[in-house]
Design a protein around this ligand. Sequence first.
Ligand code: UDP
Ligand code: MG
Length: 328
Amino acid sequence: MELISVIVPCYNEQESLPLFYREITAVTDGMKQKYYNDNIAELNFEFLFINDGSKDDTLKILRELAADDRRVRYVSFSRNFGKEAAMLAGLEQSRGDYCVILDADLQHPPKLIPQMYDYVRSGEYDCAATRRISRKGESKVLSFFARSFYKIINSISQTHIVDGAQDFRFMTRQMVNAILDMPERNRFSKGIFSWVGFDTKFIEVENTERAAGKTTWNFRKLFLYSLEGIFAFSTAPLWLSLIMGIIFCLLALAMVIKTLIFGEAMSGEPVIISLICLIGGIQLFCMGVTGQYISKMYTESKGRPVYIIKETEDTIRNKKRNIPKGLN
Ligand code: UDP
Ligand code: MG
């Protein structure tokens, strides 16, 4: 018997959740039947939803689903902690021999799960993930920045991050445990999935539109998230400040030598003002870069939890059990 944990981060997904539940149960029921009939495996599923501080009726829907279906489990945060925290909570709370993470908005089609399971069960791969090959439906500016981000991070970081790789991943317990062994609080999953190693099969997919509701990502958030990735998986920016420092020292030295030998100094206010601005700017830039690493160390050293759980499915199941007979 094998248990597969389906982990779903949810933030304001009241419209998508019923559609998602219908689709995921159709796929998993079909899978269970097929693998049982073919004598391949006896599969069981748990659906683990993470309510990441939604402000709509997501939690209410999850309570109802958990009350009707024993396979449904949920974890509800005390506030919004972000998708990274939700994915971590899902992996930590999961009990399966395999874990699959996917979005609630059906942008990660559940019908790919059987194919992913086949790749991993074959033993050839430890993980199957999707990689989108088109950026259809995305603005040109965003696509340009996304592509540039992958180019930059792959040229300066030793951890290779595959362009277009998504968080839709089917993993063995061994790989999940390796991910959970990484204690960092600034979590950048795209890097973590790659850093732990293991063999990953990438399934190429087209971009799928959201089933309902709207995305919470905007350009500013994506930009900050990509900087997060760069600072979490590379120390190249520190080298950049060092190299710029060296270049400017050499320039200054060259100017001194030129003045001493040829006796002519550069003069004029504009030259002096622009040099002061340039050097001042570069110093601030370098301080900012160093500051970023210090701020990461600061959050890590505080050791705060990545998320706080307010309620789980046990809360309602226990409540149900505690109701005295005759009162319900
Ligand atoms: N999500 C989350 N916490 C957040 C933002 C998003 O758990 O703070 C979930 C969201 O419910 C969805 C998934 O993460 O299941 C992806 O979010 P979204 O669809 O907004 O991102 P996009 O697909 O546009 O990248
Ligand atoms: Mg989405």
